[in-house]
Write a protein that binds this ligand. Structure first.
Ligand code: 5AD
Ligand code: SF4
Length: 436
């Protein structure tokens, strides 16, 4: 029995692509291996959004060199966002000759053919396309049965000056709504309870080639699929988060009132240099509108510290905005220059010491706000979708609230069951409670 092992770096889009790669391998008769050393074919699906993602990947390639020494028949494939950059592919070809197959983000459906050719001839296979449509009709081996990713659009045309995604994922393209709804209906029939609609910029759904209805219309149709108890979506760009999305969100009980709304910076001049196309005031205005339209809305964000030219005053604007927006959660990043982006050559870099200092102050403030927000849950009863046993304490169950907060709780039930939990205690990153 041939076995495969896939390692996925980066975002949910990559995780969904890996589910497609796993699905194709299973259709070819491969079974999932428990560890990389058992694999006949190993796939590394890479992320390029920050330099430390590149470094982690190259570190991992070293591990696979040792594994291939032990098992020279193992086929090693690398794919994903890093492969869309010529200099990375050149580096792999020159420094990591034991990589057998290289493909990019636009041709994952070519993988079975590349693998077969490699298996027959034991030669190198390389196929990278500069852009291409979203692959349809691929089998999927999904990671979970209670929740699922559904890609609705891919690519990005926003060209934020720091971001590699427009180069790695190509131009924005939408999937036809009929195929998206068919996928959601199929998942509902199999018992999936929660759907995450995925796209680099979901608000662009339908505006760009492929989609024929707006994102708000798609969201409302998805919410009407019988059996789907929760719908989430990400990522929303603040510049085009429209009122009709809020109308739909408030009309359907099964659309989670959570919005991932990357702010990146609270300084209007840094936002301009980042090409974000909104200001501090318009961002905060949007947060206020979301909170007034949606009761108990949960807003999460992404923040970059140390973008070129960021002064102490710019950073203080970011801290003030965080206080005012009172985010339920946030992902924080130190600016990482990416080759091929507009900000790559900017000379007004922020010294490391200042970046580290600001980063520490930022996380400190965010964690205090998150804990305060979490404490607001104590005493309430929350609907929680069970994910399974807690990894910390197997006598407890773990699951997520509508607002995507992790809850560890006493009780009984299987993954995919929706239960009510009395919240008794709050921590920064999770809640504690008892099933009612
Ligand atoms: N440096 C640091 N953070 C980045 N992000 C994207 N590109 C970079 C970069 N070059 C962050 C942004 C984005 C998230 C997915 O990753 O905050 O929203
Ligand atoms: Fe990158 Fe900006 Fe597109 Fe998000 S919107 S993927 S940060 S270019």
């Amino acid at each position: 029995m041939l076995q495969y092992f896939i390692e996925t770096f980066g975002c949910q889009m990559n995780e969904n692509d890996s589910e497609k790669i796993a699905g194709m391998l299973e259709a070819m008769g491969y079974k999932k291996a428990g560890k990389p050393s058992e694999a006949d074919v190993a796939v590394l699906n890479t992320c390029s959004v920050r330099e430390n993602a590149d470094d982690r990947f190259f570190g991992h390639l070293g591990i696979y060199k040792a594994l291939k020494n032990e098992n020279p028949n193992m086929a090693l494939a690398v794919c994903g966002c890093m492969m869309q950059q010529g200099h990375i592919v050149d580096q792999i070809k020159s420094t990591y000759p034991y990589v057998d197959i290289i493909f990019g983000t636009h041709n994952i459906s070519a993988f079975p053919e590349l693998l077969e050719s490699h298996m027959q001839n034991r030669d190198k296979q390389l196929e990278i396309l500069s852009d291409g449509p979203i692959a349809e009709g691929l089998p999927m081996a999904r990671e979970f049965s209670h929740k699922a990713y559904v890609t609705i659009m891919n690519g990005c045309d926003n060209y934020c000056s720091y971001c590699i995604v427009p180069m790695a994922r190509g131009r924005e393209k939408s999937r036809p709504s009929s195929l998206i709804l068919e996928e959601i209906e199929g998942l509902a029939r199999q018992g999936t309870k929660e759907i995450m609609l995925l796209g680099q910029n979901v608000n662009s759904y339908g505006i760009k080639p492929g989609g024929e209805i707006s994102f708000a219309a798609l969201l409302s149709k998805a919410a009407q699929v019988p059996g789907i108890e929760r719908i989430r979506f990400m990522t929303s760009h603040p510049k085009d988060f429209s009122d009709d999305i809020l109308d739909v969100m408030s009309s359907y009980g099964n659309i989670c009132k959570s919005v991932h709304l990357p702010m990146q910076s609270g300084s209007t001049s840094i936002l301009k240099a980042m090409n974000r196309q909104y200001t501090q005031e318009s961002y905060l205005g949007l947060v206020k509108k979301i909170r007034s339209r949606l009761k108990r809305a949960s807003i999460s964000t992404d923040i970059i510290v140390g973008f070129p030219g960021e002064t102490e005053e710019d950073f203080e604007h970011t801290l003030n905005c965080i206080k005012e927006a009172a985010f339920e959660s946030a992902f924080t990043f130190q600016y990482s220059p990416r080759r091929g982006t507009r900000s790559f050559g900017m000379l007004n870099t922020v010294p490391h010491k200042a970046i580290n200092d600001r980063f520490a102050r930022l996380t400190d403030m965010l964690h205090r706000i998150m804990l305060e927000k979490a404490e607001g849950f104590v005493g309430s009863t929350e609907k929680v979708l069970i994910e399974g046993a807690s990894s910390k304490d197997s006598s407890l169950l773990t699951g997520r609230t509508d607002s995507n907060k992790l809850v560890n709780f006493t009780g009984s039930g299987a993954a995919g069951e929706m239960v009510s939990v009395n919240i008794t205690k709050a921590q920064t990153f999770y809640l504690v409670g008892n099933m009612v």
